[in-house]
Design a binder for this molecule. Structure first.
Ligand code: AMP
Ligand code: MN
Ligand code: MN
Ligand code: MN
Length: 299
């Protein structure tokens, strides 16, 4: 079992635990190295890092950038070991959040047209960060109003392509997302490759390979092999892609809080044997840094 969890969400985006509580939860679940990867936001990192120090967890600054690839395929790029003070990244995700507000108004209009009024204000009541709104906040409002049993059930009937509350939206370009992450000194990882769709169908292998070719050309270096939102088959497929494209393998629960997650934090299954873990990239650098410095012999 892995004691690394490099993908999760706090109230700074659409999770239900504060950064402090999320880190405490990770510690209780045996996580030794964690990254906080809020959607299009980096404001939780300082708080999470301070909590991680108290719990003896190694903390990795992370982010999950929403991307529109080609005409209308949404993909997510996780950045690990980013520098949150790097201005192009901070400004880029701030612009993405403004786009989220504009999208949220259109989502509310779409729900109103389906007879569900007050959704913008309703979703806002579930927002934990006044600067971030997403589909999950709308989902919680729809559960509250009795339109579905839980958040997962909402996404079957609302907020997805072809259903009330779904609107097209142009996210960040792939080249920008990868560029901001690596420009800040971070490592770009394709999140949960098993989850991507064209329309409502899973993307096929040829499209996935084209995505990975572009991603690596822009400087992307990692892929999530173990994701809380992957089936075992999707983990195996992602492992093969990691080997084929020479990508480092990452792992994360994609935890969003109790009762709203694919799986709990930590205790993730091991990588298939032929995967190289993403932490090789920074642990090798640590080793070099810790190596004894050769003293110049004088005389
Ligand atoms: P957004 O980035 O605002 O479009 O929202 C994407 C988020 O919605 C994901 O990160 C999940 O938290 C949530 N989500 C999307 N699809 C589902 C689903 N089928 N079940 C539960 N949550 C989902
Ligand atoms: Mn989410
Ligand atoms: Mn995601
Ligand atoms: Mn996520």
């Amino acid at each position: 079992m892995l004691d690394y969890d490099l993908h999760c969400h706090s109230t700074v985006s659409d999770g239900t635990l504060s950064p402090t509580d999320l880190v405490a939860h990770a510690a209780a679940r045996g996580v030794k190295v964690m990254a906080l990867t809020d959607h299009d936001d980096i404001d939780g990192l300082d708080e999470a890092r301070a909590a991680a120090e108290r719990h003896g967890i190694r903390f990795i600054d992370g982010v999950e950038v929403s991307v529109t690839w080609r005409k209308d395929i949404t993909v997510h790029i996780v950045g690990l070991n980013i520098d949150p003070s790097y201005q192009p990244l901070a400004a880029g995700v701030a612009a993405a959040r403004r786009g989220r507000v504009e999208r949220a108004h259109r989502m509310a209009d779409s729900l109103a047209a389906a007879g569900i009024g007050g959704a913008f204000e309703g979703a806002l009541r579930y927002v934990g960060n006044p600067d971030f709104i997403g589909r999950t906040h709308f989902a919680r409002f729809l559960v509250e109003r009795g339109h579905a049993r839980d958040v997962a059930a909402v996404f079957k009937r609302y907020l997805v392509k072809g259903k009330p509350g779904f609107v097209e939206h142009r996210w960040t370009a792939l080249s920008d997302a990868v560029g901001w992450i690596i420009g800040s000194g971070g490592l770009a990882v394709l999140a949960h490759p098993g989850r991507y769709t064209v329309g409502r169908k899973p993307v096929g292998k040829p499209t996935m390979r084209e995505l990975l070719r572009e991603f690596t050309e822009f400087g992307g270096r990692g892929i999530e092999v173990i994701s809380g939102s992957h089936t075992p088959q999707q983990c195996a497929d992602a492992a093969r892609l990691a080997v084929e494209f020479g990508l480092l393998a990452s792992c994360g629960s994609d935890y969003h809080g109790p009762g709203e997650s694919y799986r709990d934090m930590g205790q993730l299954p091991d990588f298939p044997l032929d995967c190289r873990p993403v932490w090789d990239a920074w642990e090798a650098a640590d080793d070099a840094h810790d190596a004894p410095v050769l003293k110049v012999q004088n005389g």
